[in-house]
Write a new protein. Structure first.
Length: 295
């Protein structure tokens, strides 16, 4: 159903002023398949992470009417990947959102990609009319908590107590677990970037899972958690395993522990990724993402 637009105001995003407004908007329009745009933790995790280029946030755009947020355009990483959040009933804004993105959102080497999720029909129609073609995509997996997730912790490993989580050890696990050590050399960080994420306004590191070997201090596997109770959503990010500890079942055990922690709180589903690993342990395809480009 389309709603009469009336007087809609469009304005630039101000990071220090508007973050909470946009988070609330993303909570309100959330759908499990992301048909109205990304969930709130997706945006907050990006804004609080060192890999996110924040130099263009003033180009993000908000559409609002009488105090209600209707739409939002922003980028993640790279800055040329443009995302759209749109409140149902206001699909008439789709073409204006696209026009703004093309004219004012950042580019890399003169190019942009419009990132759309299945269900964003008005935006798909707008990009097709503008000459875009779908060039790539992926299917993000989600685990439904109606089915228990019960992979055991392998022998010789232990769960680190949540109150003992160490940002520096987590940062080193990320460095190795995302293969930076093999590509860029040993870890020399101090954990400050990880601590910044853990202190984001709605971060919930108290539910994160770290796994270490018995008698060892270093983390072998880490699974982060952004609990979003308004959406019954257990948003899992990030997940990694240090190379020498892979193929032992640690990631599946970490996700099973997250299930045990989040299910009693009211979580109904947990995000994953596009890697075949997720399907193997019981995740199902749910979030179809497409990249649209002009050839």
């Amino acid at each position: 159903m389309f709603v009469s637009l009336g007087t809609v105001n469009a304005r630039g995003f101000q990071l220090l002023r508007d973050f909470e407004q946009i988070r609330q908007f993303m909570v309100e329009v959330y759908h499990r398949d992301w048909r109205n745009g990304v969930p709130a933790p997706f945006f907050e995790y990006a804004l609080s992470s060192s890999w996110m280029d924040l130099s263009h946030t003033h180009r993000f755009r908000i559409w609002e009417k009488e105090g209600k947020t209707l739409a939002f355009v922003f980028h993640e990483s790279p800055v040329s990947d443009i995302y759209f959040s749109l409140r149902p009933g206001y699909e008439e804004l789709a073409r204006e959102m696209l026009s703004y993105a093309e004219a004012f959102m950042p580019r890399e080497k003169g190019k942009q990609r419009m990132v759309l999720f299945a269900g964003q029909k008005a935006l798909e129609e707008a990009v097709q009319e503008a000459g875009y073609q779908k060039t790539d995509g992926y299917n993000h997996m989600v685990y439904d908590f109606q089915t228990p997730l019960e992979f055991p912790l392998p022998k010789g490993y232990r769960f680190v107590r949540p109150e003992e989580l160490d940002p520096k050890k987590a940062a080193e696990c990320f460095w190795k677990g995302f293969d930076h050590e093999a590509e860029e050399g040993p870890f020399h960080g101090d954990g400050e970037d990880t601590l910044r994420v853990m202190l984001a306004p709605h971060a919930t590191p108290c539910y994160a899972v770290a796994i270490a070997g018995e008698g060892e201090e270093e983390y072998a596997c880490f699974a982060g958690m952004w609990w979003t109770p308004e959406n019954d959503l257990a948003y899992m990010e990030p997940l990694c395993t240090v190379p020498e500890h892979r193929h032992k079942g640690l990631a599946a055990a970490a996700l099973s522990e997250l299930y045990r922690r989040m299910k009693p709180l009211g979580a109904t589903h947990m995000t994953g990724g596009a890697n075949p690993f997720y399907r193997k342990i019981g995740y199902k395809p749910c979030i179809e993402c497409g990249y649209w480009e002009k050839r």
